[in-house]
Design a protein around this ligand. Structure first.
Ligand code: ZDP
Length: 338
């Protein structure tokens, strides 16, 4: 095939190339002479080819962009939304940008993320593990990274068994800060199993927790019988009367004192296979609502999500939440912006 034909073909299709993690030899993913563009402060344009890597943490999948020489994302929210489309784009639950550290503060990098609908969340638990693995594969090989996020500093630590543990910070419990308008009914203005009726007239008991982003945690006896996922998820996500910034929704079933099963309806992304921040929020909510006892020091709670398991420890000494789980490269490639 000659070059002209290739150019024509590439203008109608997104080129994907499979690769393994050890294929990262240069400091820049897939850097080539012929493809790519000058990394300026401006955003990329329609018709441009951009390099990306695709990662997943328990099937919560993200397009990773190497913007380490930039302060702001090289793609707009609209371009990111189109790239996340599973038929017209690469497909993904969000686009994550690895950016320069800000001049102030002791950071290694900054992270920004756009959801698959183009909205921008403050934080992303599975995403930050993917982010850390992406940096490692790019050659920034450290034991841990101090990452500047819209939810403050977050520190992923690379474990010897190839899992990643992330210090997700302290949960935010004060209702107005989450933010929720549900009436506080527990200490520190928090909302624990507060009764709420959704727009379809269905009654729920909601615990509101923020891990930088808002979560509505709901415990049910039976995940399959008690939840009409595709109806209840969006009804609660978009309930701006109760959650003015919308909310992620976690439906949970306690299986044992150290094991919880959860299904998530994500704000701005809909049903996803896993949600890191949501898993942290639900363990905090479970302990506060006495659904499970607080585990001993150094012990975690196992949470089974549709995409696999995460282990969460809410440490009593410092009130911080630690999340441990995997993050893996799926493929890398070149995509055309539409
Ligand atoms: O808060 C939001 O809008 C979420 N959709 C952000 C993504 C959260 C995520 N699923 C996580 O793992 O924390 C990525």
């Amino acid at each position: 095939m000659n070059l002209t034909m290739r150019a024509i073909l590439s203008s109608t299709a997104i080129l994907l190339s499979a690769a393994t993690a050890n294929a990262f030899t240069s400091s820049r993913i897939g850097a080539t002479q012929s493809i790519g563009r000058a990394r300026t402060a401006s955003s990329a344009q329609v018709g441009e080819l951009i390099e990306f890597a695709k990662y997943e943490g328990l099937g919560n999948d993200f397009i990773l962009i190497d913007d380490r020489d930039r302060d702001t994302p090289s793609l707009t929210p609209e371009q990111s939304e189109r790239l996340c489309h599973r038929n017209f784009g690469i497909g993904g639950d969000g686009v994550i940008f690895a950016l320069k550290a800000p001049p102030e503060g002791d950071f290694d990098f900054s992270m920004r993320i756009y959801n698959s609908d183009g909205s921008e969340p403050e934080m992303c638990g599975n995403g930050i593990r993917c982010f850390a693995q992406f940096l490692k594969d790019l050659g920034a090989d450290a034991e841990s990274y101090r990452v500047n996020t819209l939810a403050g500093p977050i520190v992923p630590v690379m474990n010897a068994d190839s899992t990643i543990t992330v210090d997700m910070g302290e949960p935010i419990l004060s209702g107005p800060t989450v933010p929720t308008t549900l009436e506080p009914n527990a200490e520190s203005n928090s909302v624990v199993e507060q009764t709420h009726v959704d727009k379809n007239g269905k009654q729920w008991k909601i615990s509101a927790v923020s891990m930088g982003n808002p979560h509505a945690v709901i415990f049910v006896d039976d995940l399959e019988k008690d939840v009409d996922f595709e109806v209840d998820g969006p009804a609660l996500e978009g309930d701006v009367g109760a959650f003015p910034a919308k909310t992620n929704v976690e439906f949970c079933q306690v299986l044992s004192p150290t094991h919880i099963k959860m299904k998530v309806w994500e704000r701005g992304a809909g049903p996803t296979l896993a949600c890191g921040t949501g898993t942290c929020a639900l363990v905090v909510a479970a302990i506060r609502a006495n659904k499970i006892p607080r585990p001993g020091k150094g012990e975690g709670v196992r949470v089974t999500l549709p995409g696999g398991d995460l282990v969460i420890e809410w440490r009593e000494g410092n009130n911080r939440v630690y999340m441990t789980g995997p993050a893996n490269l799926s493929f890398k490639g070149t995509a055309m912006l539409k």
